[in-house]
Design a protein around this ligand. Structure first.
Ligand SMILES: [Fe+2]
Ligand SMILES: [Fe+2]
Length: 281
């Protein structure tokens, strides 16, 4: 069951003067990745083919993810009435394919699959929390808060199932760490970059990963503040079986924050040579 409905969003409170072009661009990309959640459910249900409880949970989860995409897409169409969400999403679907015929996890185990899902939900919950706080547009704030609450619930869902499978599969701490770190770095692969391309670039322009991931990340990484990375790091550590708070978490958060700033600077440099970075708090 969904926790909210799209028509609960106060769409009539939309304030055009408070929209920023960078926010519109990243929302268009995110709308497509979220809406593609239905395909992830197909993949997850193949991997967990003999686990009816998880298969049901995956179905419910994907309904929520698709709703995130529809809400973000609707906001982007309000902000940019020329934008055609359907056409952009069709383009994305035709060009970005998930391994829908896999019957085992691409992570090597079910525990691994669920750790990867925990990383994704850590990322999305932090991102929408940060985006809600970064934008001044009230409808986008509202939508992002609703989505962030779902993403925190999704984290808990996958975390609980992961613990269940870990007791059975017993994969080592280092394997879990490797999968978690691997999934975090994958955020710079094609999924978001290609979504940025389909959502923001003209059809005639050939997709190029470097250009598109810089365009997406250069903007998206700018919405984070230290507190968002701190909370996300706690969730990452918890997923691999470490304490979410304490000295390790403090040190890791500082490192991650520095790394994020460095990555962002690199992306922004590629985006527009000589672009000045907004001061990060
Ligand atoms: Fe989502
Ligand atoms: Fe989610």
């Amino acid at each position: 069951m969904k926790h909210w409905r799209i028509d609960e969003v106060p769409w009539n409170q939309f304030e055009r003067s408070k929209t920023a072009p960078d926010a519109i661009a990243i929302v268009k990309a995110a709308a497509m990745v979220e809406r593609n959640g239905i395909d992830y459910a197909i993949y997850l249900k193949n991997v967990f083919h003999d686990d009816p409880a998880f298969r049901q949970a995956a179905d419910n989860w994907s309904v929520e993810e698709v709703q995130h995409g529809m809400a973000l897409g609707r906001w982007a169409m309000l902000a940019d009435p020329e934008w055609d969400f359907e056409a952009a999403f069709t383009r994305y679907k035709n060009g970005f394919k998930l391994p829908l015929d896999a019957d085992t996890s691409v992570r090597g185990s079910r525990t691994g699959e669920l750790i990867a899902r925990c990383m994704v939900e850590t990322g999305t919950s932090s991102y929408y929390t940060a985006l809600a706080e970064a934008t001044e547009e009230p409808v986008l704030q509202f939508v992002c808060r609703l989505i962030a609450a779902d993403e925190f619930r999704h984290f808990k869902l996958f975390y609980d199932h992961m613990r269940r499978y870990l007791a059975r599969e017993n994969i080592s701490f280092f394997q879990r760490l490797r999968i978690a770190a691997g999934r975090i770095t994958e955020s710079e692969d094609d999924e978001l970059a290609y979504a940025f391309h389909c959502g923001n670039e003209p059809e005639g322009l050939v997709y190029e990963h470097r250009r598109c991931i810089s365009a997406y990340m250069g903007r998206a990484m700018g919405v984070y503040r230290y507190r968002h990375i701190e909370r996300g790091m706690g969730m990452v550590l918890k997923s691999v079986g470490l304490k979410p708070r304490g000295r390790l978490s403090d040190v890791m958060t500082r490192l991650a924050w520095r790394l994020l700033q460095r990555r962002r600077r690199k992306f922004v440099e590629k985006l527009v040579p000589g672009t000045q970075l907004a001061e990060a708090a």
